[in-house]
Design a protein around this ligand. Structure first.
Ligand SMILES: *[C@@H]1O[C@H](CO)[C@@H](O)[C@H](O)[C@H]1NC(C)=O
Ligand SMILES: *[C@@H]1O[C@H](CO)[C@@H](O)[C@H](O)[C@H]1NC(C)=O
Ligand SMILES: *[C@@H]1O[C@H](CO)[C@@H](O)[C@H](O)[C@H]1NC(C)=O
Ligand SMILES: *[C@@H]1O[C@H](CO)[C@@H](O)[C@H](O)[C@H]1NC(C)=O
Ligand SMILES: *[C@@H]1O[C@H](CO)[C@@H](O)[C@H](O)[C@H]1NC(C)=O
Ligand SMILES: [Ca+2]
Length: 593
């Protein structure tokens, strides 16, 4: 059943062989030990399992903060599962099935109404007695040749980070084709995670690849593997893996001893940490085990899926701001430290938003950086992350206040611990003659003494707090349609004559767009094309033969001479081009087209 909070699981593999060799002491002993140590000496922490400790320095005792994360554990205890389509689970109506090993002795039965013969989805996550496999089972492939497909979706309603292989155990042979997908947003969007097939080229048109052959630059590549789909006897090869360890080993070595390198890479390689993160996993079972041969239509009762276990080892993602994660009100929740809050400790607590929120970091080794949230008026960071003293360049200050560079009063002095910049800067400076402390180098398109305004060309995001990185939105005014690149508080730009729309990228109905808005040449109301001409995109009239002119209101030149209608025949083409009416129109008019 679901326990109220995580208990450290000695079997949880990551972080690695050290733990596997020597199981940790029971939690009670550990707590006592930790609290004893905490109050005596600065504790050497490893593995990011402690968020803070009480240390004594020359200035007296104080808290020291560290990056921290919950222990890895078996995540299957906290999962909800959905099996699709409805009716895919066997036993309703009851059904007999055979095995590949003994296909003509079909003595097994699935009956959903009999607890001893039922195979519901929860049996993929239960604790099994020694030697007795309990499993979910699908209906048999009696509807062949229409495919036998099933989706199994695992949801945590919480971001988790994988720390060891996902291992799926199939009792009666592994699928010949399947696919694993993941979601990072509680199932709204899905991404392929790994493809599995006997023949990757045939099934997915992908070349087969083994995860252990990947390199440091391809560690987060989505591959198709043929390693877990071959027929080798249903009792011999039961497992299908998503190899997390092999990917970690690319950085940490085959025994995962060099975890420092792994942690460094997780921080620095783009997308690597995210690759191991998910809120949901979905297995798409696309074709069952065939027993190493083609489908034998005379005995379809030996084709089905049966899964006895899905092992997912990982930890709650708490952005390195919590070392505990508990199961409350039907969901996992990080117990946030460092004055952060949220399910993933993904934001700063109210009144602690002077700096913008940041995830903790594994670096520098070995304790990482807590990147704690700070209250207004408090020192930035902590004893382990002291903001570097900053001397702002005089040029920047003077620019801020539109002063002449030589102005002698502008003297940047030192870091002001109580300078409040809503997290858009950690530099501030004292300006003597104004007697103010002001933020410098405001980021995220902000400006102002406290970085509380938006730069010109940006406007305030109504749904973002002042300390949000997204607080200022670019006006994005159409360069041609607008007078300048500024906008008002609702993002509306100031339009040129004839232009319209919030960004001035539209025209008023009386105008048409062509590198700007121009008054209509013709329309369906007052500027009608004459003599049966049609109005082309408000730009010009397409005249019928025999007429020309802007509104087709002039009769066409008569005869070869054309003298009567065209007073300057040689200037004709040039004039037409200049007028923007196009060569076509001129040709149409003068050749009687
Ligand atoms: C599995 O899920 C995918 C995506 O939602 C869907 O297109 C497909 O029909 C599902 N398959 C089954 C057998 O329900
Ligand atoms: C998911 O978790 C959130 C936050 O804990 C909770 O408010 C929500 O009700 C949960 N949703 C489901 C479907 O369990
Ligand atoms: C969080 O806020 C409390 C209360 O102001 C403070 O005592 C504590 O040191 C803060 N923790 C961190 C990590 O900044
Ligand atoms: C406004 O801020 C919210 C909250 O941070 C953000 O989700 C949204 O994307 C922002 N809007 C724009 C247009 O940037
Ligand atoms: C911004 O400009 C638009 C268009 O001119 C106008 O409708 C809107 O009321 C303005 N908003 C504010 C807050 O001034
Ligand atoms: Ca089971």
């Amino acid at each position: 059943m679901l326990s109220p909070s995580f208990t450290p699981n000695p079997d949880a593999a990551f972080p690695g062989p050290l733990q596997a060799q020597s199981p940790p002491p029971p939690p009670a002993v550990m707590l006592l030990l930790a609290s004893l140590l905490l109050h005596c000496l600065p504790l050497a922490v490893a593995d990011y399992d402690i968020c803070k400790s009480w240390v004594t320095t020359d200035e007296g005792p104080s808290w020291e903060f560290y990056a921290c994360q919950p222990k890895a554990t078996s995540m299957k205890d906290y999962v909800t599962v959905k099996v699709e389509p409805t009716g895919i689970t066997c036993g309703d109506p009851p059904e007999r099935f055979c095995t590949h090993e003994n296909p003509y002795l079909c003595s097994d039965e699935c009956d959903a109404s009999n607890p001893d013969l039922a195979h519901p989805p929860r049996l993929m996550f239960d604790k099994e007695d020694e030697g007795l496999a309990t499993y979910w089972q699908s209906v048999t492939w009696s509807r062949y040749p229409s495919p036998l497909e099933a989706n199994i979706t695992l949801s945590w309603n919480k971001s988790i980070e994988l720390t060891d292989d996902i291992v799926v155990t199939f009792e009666y042979g592994r699928p010949t084709i399947m696919m694993l997908e993941k979601s990072l947003d509680n199932g709204r969007t899905w991404h392929p995670y790994q493809y599995y097939a006997e023949d990757c080229m045939e099934a997915f048109n992908m070349p087969p690849r083994r995860v252990r052959d990947l390199s440091s630059t391809s560690a987060n590549r989505v591959v198709c593997t043929e390693e877990y789909s071959r027929w080798a006897g249903s009792k011999k090869e039961k497992h299908v893996r998503f190899e997390v360890r092999d990917r970690f080993a690319i950085f940490a070595g085959p025994d995962l001893r060099n975890l420092d390198n792994l942690y460094t890479r997780l921080e620095s390689a783009k997308g690597l940490k995210e690759f191991f993160t998910a809120t949901d996993l979905r297995m798409k079972l696309l074709r069952p085990a065939l027993g190493g041969t083609y489908v034998q239509r005379e005995n379809l009762y030996k084709y089905f899926y049966a899964i006895s276990n899905i092992e997912v080892t990982g930890r709650c993602k708490c952005n390195l701001h919590a070392n505990l994660c508990s199961y409350k009100e039907g969901g996992l929740q990080c117990e946030c430290e460092h004055n952060t809050t949220g399910q993933d400790c993904g934001k700063c607590k109210k009144n602690f938003r002077t700096r913008s929120w940041r995830a903790g970091s594994y670096l520098p080794l070995p304790n990482g950086s807590p990147n704690a949230c700070a209250a207004a008026g408090s020192a930035f960071g902590t004893t382990t992350t002291v903001a570097a003293p900053i001397v702002a360049a005089p040029a920047k200050i003077s620019k801020l206040f539109q002063l002449k560079p030589k102005s002698p009063q502008v003297v940047p002095i030192e870091v002001f611990k109580d300078c409040e910049c809503y997290g858009h800067s950690n530099r501030c400076s004292y300006i003597d003659f104004l007697n103010v402390v002001t933020c410098v180098s405001c980021k995220h398109n902000t400006r102002g003494q406290h970085c509380q305004h938006c730069r010109l060309g940006y406007y305030r995001n109504g749904s973002a707090e002042l300390d949000d990185e997204n607080v200022c939105i670019e006006c994005n005014c159409n360069q041609i349609g607008s007078i300048n690149d500024r906008c008002n508080e609702t993002g509306h730009c100031e339009c040129r004559e004839g232009a319209a729309g919030p960004k001035c990228d539209d025209c008023l109905p009386s105008h048409y767009w062509r590198q700007g808005c121009f008054p209509n040449v013709c329309d369906d109301e007052s500027l009608l094309c004459q003599n049966g001409g049609t109005c082309y995109q408000n730009q010009r009239c397409l005249c019928p033969s025999g007429y020309q002119g802007v509104l087709c209101d002039q009769p066409l030149c008569q005869g070869e001479e054309g003298q009567a209608c065209d007073p300057a025949p040689h200037a004709g083409p040039h004039l037409a081009v200049l007028l923007g009416s196009g060569l076509l129109l001129w040709l149409a008019g003068c050749l009687g087209y």
